[in-house]
Design a protein around this ligand. Structure first.
Ligand code: SAH
Ligand code: SF4
Ligand code: F3S
Length: 439
């Protein structure tokens, strides 16, 4: 009897860079002959690709892995694998390996490409841990298995050299390194040929892409696409490296999204200094003003941390007034989480948990008030929307995103529009989306 196809269950936590790694992991597993399942109980291999950015991300993984003991008892041949940022930290990898003897393989972010080799080792030794961080090269040509058909993420660089004092990423992802422009362009050409219509370029700080991010964008902007239109967006931009040249490039482009995700983190210069962010609130506002002057319809999103060590009520109020001033399209907000090994972990944590939560709730209230009005600027306008598929809520036939990155729910009698660009006349602003009718 022929062997039944082995099934893998792959779950990725964390950011888009990690999701992109997950697509390579799935690509390598597919090349090894694995099929895929969304049902853990049906899997022969369960893999968690983890995130370390905040403590609760890690606690979730400990819980998820711990719960696998029951499955492993029923199926002793089940392979359990934990990889990604969390286990690139030696103290966590050791703890997981010791606490959960049923975990077969732990591997870090730098040896991702060795997965086939590591699985072979597991078949001989039963348990393997490899968090070697000595490999800093960019590995090209790994197989990629994407679940998406319209939108694809393309990493252009790996790692981060910024050492914001709260952040674990430089420790778990290593030094910043850029892919060769030709490799990026070739991957995008292939994706466009395969029918993808929206490409997001990924990096922790795309503005420091070498040799030049603005130049890379210009080269992508003029790529041929036989099937017509496509769109390119990117994240994340670091305010200290966002140049006027880049803003001009976006303004002059045909295909670059009019959206900037520009994390400010705090509205207080003292806190920004303690975070080692490398810009002041005034510098931030000045680059935003330039972006809004050159690209009037630009949408702007940000990240904020509350409760950083030493943050005072006054600092926090500066953040609130910054939010009122800049009026972001949306803001992702986080309570500061102490990460072992970072510089902020050595700073006295002066804000107690109760205050952190109270500030966090207060800030959400302020943001809610802003978001209720911010999207009204689109009402009455026509937006160019890439239809991503059927309506996400059921209330509208389709959903998609505009060039500004705004979520658009819309109706149309046409049936063949998923994956296509259409014009949508906007009639209503919701909190996180707008609605309309295809013209
Ligand atoms: N490279 C990107 C962000 C990566 S992490 C940048 O620099 O903008 C995504 C967000 O998580 C950060 O912008 C920050 O707001 C948040 N974050 C990172 N470390 C954190 C920590 N220790 N506690 C709370 N939030 C954190
Ligand atoms: Fe972390 Fe700062 Fe690097 Fe972003 S830029 S990944 S916040 S160290
Ligand atoms: Fe991303 Fe989390 Fe790692 S945010 S880079 S998966 S620590």
């Amino acid at each position: 009897m022929a062997d039944k196809t082995k099934l893998a269950f792959v779950r990725t936590f964390g950011c888009r860079a990690n999701v992109s790694d997950g697509e390579k992991i799935s690509g390598m597993l597919a090349a090894l002959g694995y099929g895929f399942t969304r049902d853990m109980n049906a899997a022969d291999l369960i893999l968690f690709n983890t995130c370390a950015i905040r403590e609760n991300a890690e606690l979730k993984v400990f819980g998820n892995v711990g719960a696998l003991i029951h499955l492993k008892r029923q199926k002793p041949d089940l392979l359990i694998v934990v990889c990604g940022c969390m286990v690139q930290q030696a103290h966590i990898a050791d703890k997981l390996f010791k606490t959960y003897p049923f975990v077969n393989l732990i591997f870090g972010t730098h040896v991702l490409h060795k997965l086939p080799e590591l699985l072979r080792e597991v078949s001989q030794k039963k348990r393997v841990m490899n968090i070697d961080d000595s490999i800093h090269s960019v590995i090209e040509d790994l197989p990629i298995r994407r679940d998406t058909s319209t939108h694809a993420d393309v990493p252009i660089m790996y790692g981060c050299d910024n050492y914001c004092t709260y952040c674990v990423v430089p420790y778990v992802r290593g030094r910043e390194r850029s892919r060769e422009p030709q490799d990026v362009l070739n991957e995008i050409r292939g994706l466009l040929r395969d029918g993808y219509r929206h490409i997001t370029l990924l990096g922790q700080n795309v503005n420091s892409y070498k040799p030049s991010f603005a130049e890379l964008l210009r080269e992508i902007d003029v790529l041929e696409c036989e099937r017509g239109e496509f769109r390119v967006s990117f994240m994340t931009s670091h305010p200290k490296d966002l140049t006027r040249e880049l803003i001009d490039t976006i303004a002059d482009s045909k295909r670059v999204s009019h959206h900037l995700h520009l994390p400010i983190q705090s509205g207080s210069n003292g806190v920004l200094r303690a975070m080692n962010r490398g810009y002041t609130v005034e510098e931030y506002k000045s680059i935003v003003a330039y972006a809004r002057e050159r690209i009037p319809d630009i949408s702007l999103t940000t990240d904020i941390i509350v409760g950083f060590p030493g943050e005072s009520r006054e600092d926090f109020e500066h953040t609130l007034s910054l939010l009122q001033d800049v009026r972001f399209d949306s803001a992702y907000t986080f309570i500061y989480s102490k990460r072992e090994g970072t510089r902020a972990a050595e700073m006295p944590d002066t804000v107690n948990d109760e205050t952190k939560s109270a500030w966090f709730t207060e800030m959400l209230g302020v943001l809610d008030g802003i978001c209720e009005t911010v999207y009204t600027r689109y009402v009455g306008k026509t937006l160019r929307v890439l239809c991503e598929g059927e309506g996400r809520t059921g209330q509208y036939a389709y959903s998609g995103r505009s060039r500004e990155g705004v979520l658009v729910d819309f109706d149309s009698d046409d049936t063949d529009i998923p994956g296509k660009f259409v014009n949508v006349k906007i009639d209503k602003a919701l909190k996180w989306a707008v609605t309309g009718i295809k013209e």
